[in-house]
Write a protein that binds this ligand. Structure first.
Ligand code: MN
Ligand code: MN
Length: 457
């Protein structure tokens, strides 16, 4: 099944591909932040019979084969499990993806007024080409935590009747100086500020436009200016994911990296029943900034959850946790850079990912001499090739561009520290890290099939 075209495989039932992608388009259209992805994942999990692990812990109830449980970590990170017939210590089949995507964050002290406008100061998150984020409709997804413990969630800019916000750019007529700068400086980080208003508040002398925005925020959301200090307001491209191409073969959407592998991994785990080995899907935060923090892949959350599950089986030893993890195998479900017909010179075409050829196995990512990579064992790759071939799952292999062209990483090496076999396996993406990324619907569907198959082997 190596390098086979997925569209040809499904030539007689393309509808399967199309209908699966309707669910995906919905998921990324509502899941524009890690919090929103967790919320939607919990909804899908509950709908499919998953129960909060806390219920089992509270009742000290043993986990039985076939039980389906989930654990949410601080609203930004989730793990789901389907208990297998074998003992937990035989190891898990793990799908690990990330639900954070490159974006722009509103600063802690954001609001100011200049030249008759109210603006929000921002700080970008993850690796973006800053010039791509100007002069386009942007939406605000916020969680504001007030001193009294109350949380105010809001989304502005996603409904048809909502206003949007945005970042200005110079007109070409007056951009003589700007156009001399190199692309990383054309739009500077401190110039990614959002225009949020222009009506002055009546009878106000000092910063009347800012005062008007504050009045509006107080009226609509009961937020004071100081409440920005304990808020997370994420700025993302406004609008829904759409079919892309005259043949509707692709999806253009914000945050395919890595919600495309998150959705397909999530769907895979909710669609399997009674696996031999315990199945796991973990969706992590902070990958785009190094997987650090309590909700990133480096957090002990996952290990602690395994310890909790073992404790429910009356197994409370450090060794049991270690055995469970080192006997596990994992697909690091993360996207690959697809060959772009306009920029073919960045790839070695024999070792590059193409849209429409199925799930991509990346033996290694990294930069220069593979620095920072996981580099999966060939024994593990052979096992995967075999199950993909036996079950007619289209797959391809790739590395991230030509040698010395650049590089990047995933969460693969982090979980591999537990001495488990891990390989990067995900969907190829065009225009990665841009506001509107592109994937092939065929690859989305085939990734789901590959993940589901992996969980049952
Ligand atoms: Mn990624
Ligand atoms: Mn990324």
């Amino acid at each position: 099944m190596y390098n086979k075209n997925v569209w040809e495989k499904y030539s007689s039932d393309v509808d399967k591909i199309m209908s699966f992608n309707e669910g995906y388009k919905h998921f990324i259209s509502v899941g524009k932040t890690e919090r929103a992805c967790v919320k939607e994942s919990v909804r899908i999990a509950k709908e499919n019979g998953f129960i909060d692990l806390a219920e089992f812990i509270k009742n000290n109830q043993k986990l039985q084969a076939g039980d389906k449980v989930y654990v949410v970590n601080k609203d930004k990170n989730i793990a789901l499990f389907v208990i297998g017939k074998k003992d937990l210590q035989a190891g898990l089949r793990i799908l690990g993806a990330h639900i954070d995507s490159p974006r722009i964050d509103v600063k802690q002290n954001p609001l100011y007024e200049k030249d008759g406008f109210a603006l929000f100061d921002t700080h970008y998150y993850g690796g973006i080409k800053k010039y791509q984020w100007v002069t386009m409709p942007l939406a605000l997804h916020g969680t504001v935590c007030k001193k009294n413990g109350e949380k105010v969630d809001f989304v502005i800019g996603e409904n048809d009747n909502d206003p949007v916000v945005g970042i200005n750019d110079l007109l070409p007529h007056l951009a003589a100086d700007q156009m001399q700068k190199n692309a990383s400086k054309v739009i500077e980080g401190e110039d990614l500020d959002l225009t949020v208003g222009s009506i002055p508040l009546k009878d106000t002398e000092k910063n009347p436009v800012k005062a008007n925005i504050l009045k509006l925020l107080k009226y609509r959301y009961n937020i004071e200016e100081e409440d920005f200090l304990s808020a997370e307001i994420e700025v993302v491209p406004a609008g829904k994911a759409k079919d892309f191409g005259l043949d509707s073969s692709m999806v253009m959407g914000y945050g395919h990296d890595d919600r495309v592998c998150s959705y397909t991994s999530l769907k895979a785990i909710v669609d399997i029943e009674n696996p031999e080995y315990t199945s796991c899907c973990i969706l992590t935060d902070k990958e785009e900034v190094g997987s650090i923090g309590a909700t990133g892949a480096f957090s002990l959350f996952f290990e602690n959850t395994i310890a909790e599950m073992l404790a429910l089986q009356q197994v409370e030893s450090f060794l049991a946790v270690r055995r469970t993890l080192s006997n596990s195998v994992m697909l690091s479900s993360d996207v690959s850079a697809a060959v772009d017909p306009l920029y073919g010179y960045v790839n070695d075409n024999k070792n590059a990912a193409y849209l429409g050829k199925g799930i991509v196995l990346n033996k290694y990512t990294g930069a220069r001499g593979k620095s920072g990579c996981n580099d999966a064992n060939p024994e593990f790759i052979a096992w995967l090739r075999n199950i993909f071939d036996e079950n007619q799952v289209c797959f391809q292999t790739a590395e991230l561009g030509k040698v010395d062209q650049g590089g990047g990483g995933t969460i693969a090496y982090i979980l591999a520290q537990y001495n488990m076999n891990v390989i990067d396996a995900g969907v190829p993406v065009l225009s990665m890290h841009s506001p509107w990324e592109i994937v092939s619907k065929a690859d989305v569907f085939e990734a789901y099939n590959a993940y589901k198959l992996f969980l049952t082997k």
